[in-house]
Ligand binder design. Structure first.
Ligand code: 1GP
Length: 248
């Protein structure tokens, strides 16, 4: 495990052009299966494992999964929290994120304030992230009380992304929602990337190499997939297809 997860990610993006992260949702994948999926994803070239889920309610379940996965893979484990239950002492880092287009201050700053002391006490590395819900937004959009940005308004996504950067956030995430029918449009990614200086993460609805390649070619620095590994028993092949398409 690298000393600084952020430095590792920046360097890997510099080397590979674009990188892939595998999202594991402890509510959707059993902890023993999470280990196998994480190992297969690592062998296929995924750069990090993200763990979290929009409706995750059990911190004990999260801890169990993070601990098990951490013991079996070398790539960093990054928490992807939905609420106060999304913090685990066993991870390497946490996306310390604000849902920028939420209409509820809880997801903008209050839940972060409630968890910041715990995050500090656990010594988790914080990766500051502006999180922006696009399109239907899935469960993340619903739970986070977002006002999702329509697919045909890339200029709105650009505004929120630049605001995140100006506020000092180190990463920006365009999220179509887990299982989204349509991923974030390449046109939107392209516009945001052409003005943004910090790494751009894109996820939601990416199920194959072609969609991953379209996102990376448009400018995504990090492509996240989650549902993909829940729907297949060929995890290594499917992740390999994604990884080789975003970084040929
Ligand atoms: C969800 O962006 C991630 O937060 C991944 O989405 O599950 O659709 O791959 P999928």
């Amino acid at each position: 495990m690298p000393e600084s997860v952020e430095r590792y990610l920046i360097e890997k993006i510099g080397e590979d052009g674009a990188i892939h992260m595998t999202l594991l949702d402890p509510e959707k994948t059993r902890s023993s299966d999470c280990v196998v999926v994480a190992q297969e994803a690592e062998r296929a070239g995924t750069a990090a494992i993200m763990i979290g889920g929009s409706t995750l309610a059990s911190n004990a379940d999260l801890d169990a999964v993070v601990k098990e996965v951490k013991a079996h893979v070398d790539v960093p484990i990054i928490l992807f929290p939905n609420n106060i239950t999304g913090v685990s002492r066993y991870a390497d880092a946490i996306w310390f994120m604000s849902l920028l287009n939420s209409s509820n201050t809880y997801y903008l700053i209050d839940v972060q304030a409630l968890t910041a002391r715990l995050v500090r006490r656990y010594g988790l590395e914080t990766l500051s992230l502006g999180y922006i819900i696009i399109g239907d937004g899935g469960a993340a959009g619903f739970v986070g009380q977002a006002r999702p940005i329509p697919y045909d308004h890339p200029e709105l996504a650009l505004g929120y992304s630049l605001a995140a950067e100006a506020l000092g956030m180190h990463f920006v995430y365009l999220e179509a929602g887990s299982g989204a029918k349509e991923p974030v449009p390449p046109k939107m990614i392209k516009l945001v990337k052409s003005h943004l200086s910090v790494p751009l993460i894109v996820g939601g609805g990416i199920r194959d190499g072609a969609a991953a390649r379209a996102a990376a070619e448009a400018g995504a620095d990090i492509v996240v997939t989650g549902t993909l590994v829940e729907e297949t028993d060929k995890v290594r092949e499917r992740i390999y297809e994604i990884v080789t398409n975003i970084s040929p």
